[in-house]
Design a protein around this ligand. Sequence first.
Ligand code: ATP
Ligand code: MG
Ligand code: FE
Length: 337
Amino acid sequence: LYILGIETSCDETAAAVVKNGTQILSNVVASQIEVHKRYGGVVPEIASRQHVEQITIVIEEAMRQAELNFSDLTGVAVTQGPGLVGALLIGVEAAKTLAFAHSLPLIPVHHIAGHIYANRLVKEMTFPLLALVVSGGHTELVYMKEHGHFKVIGETRDDAAGEAYDKVARVLSMPYPGGPHIDRLAHEGEANIDFPRAWLEEGSYDFSFSGLKSAVINTVHNAEQRGETIEPADLAASFQTSVVEVLVEKTVRAVQEYQVNQVILAGGVAANKGLRNHLTERIAELGNVDLVIPPMNLCTDNAAMIAACGSVFFEKGIRADLSLNANPGLDLESFNR
Ligand code: ATP
Ligand code: MG
Ligand code: FE
């Protein structure tokens, strides 16, 4: 089973070949970070244009590294959504073209399902499992009773965790994307500022980060007005502690309520050292729960995760025809069979 994955939902043009759903034969990512950096965030029109320029090169490089011809492939999997519509379209059109030209099955993949399936490239998934998905656009707790079946038990009501990181980083005049910079700085500071933690209603697995973000911004502005200085490292450490504590405690509570065997961490913010360390400690305390955290290059956007998920969807019989369209608001649970 050889699946070519294509991912263009945001600012990474990516293609990868995965064998049997678990073995990476190639994983090529052309990041646009340098291009978007000067604007302080992703500019949708520029992202689309970059994807157009990169897509063919990236796909050919993925095939070359995998040492395969298109006729050797079992199918083509592509991110259908969610994401930026103009960016998604480039990947979807490329996948449709290849599927048509080489008579290959076309498999639509949800970007977040892809982030979750990045873990299968590291370790076999054991069900039931709980995935904590933390990325630039999403913060969700997803329960899976079996392969390809997703139940969102909690999600953010406002900002995603990564978005909060990026906005706080901007206030501290750090370059985009700010998450890694705050993470680094946090380890040099002390969490001595008491920022709010949004636990929400009792028993809720939803998240909220906009209050925390505002609290950080207000703290910085108030200090500026009073002519005081706040140690940026302490601010970063305090912010990170607040984010990580809520993410980890809600995950631990869900692990206990849903009696899962495995916890997997997914999405760009899974690269966060504070989150990785604290989650590892707390899950270890539970004793009998397996924790999987993918390596950094599989946490951020890539196409190996799309191919890994596409392999499972392929075996479940999920197919798209050439009328497939990008769907920026695609629902994760719509793939459940
Ligand atoms: P989505 O997957 O929701 O569509 P996305 O694809 O843009 O969004 P990812 O590429 O998965 O998101 O993740 C990017 C985000 O991860 C950015 O917000 C970035 O700041 C954040 N991030 C990356 N590394 C770290 C880190 N070490 N600490 C905190 N945040 C991080
Ligand atoms: Mg990205
Ligand atoms: Fe992503």
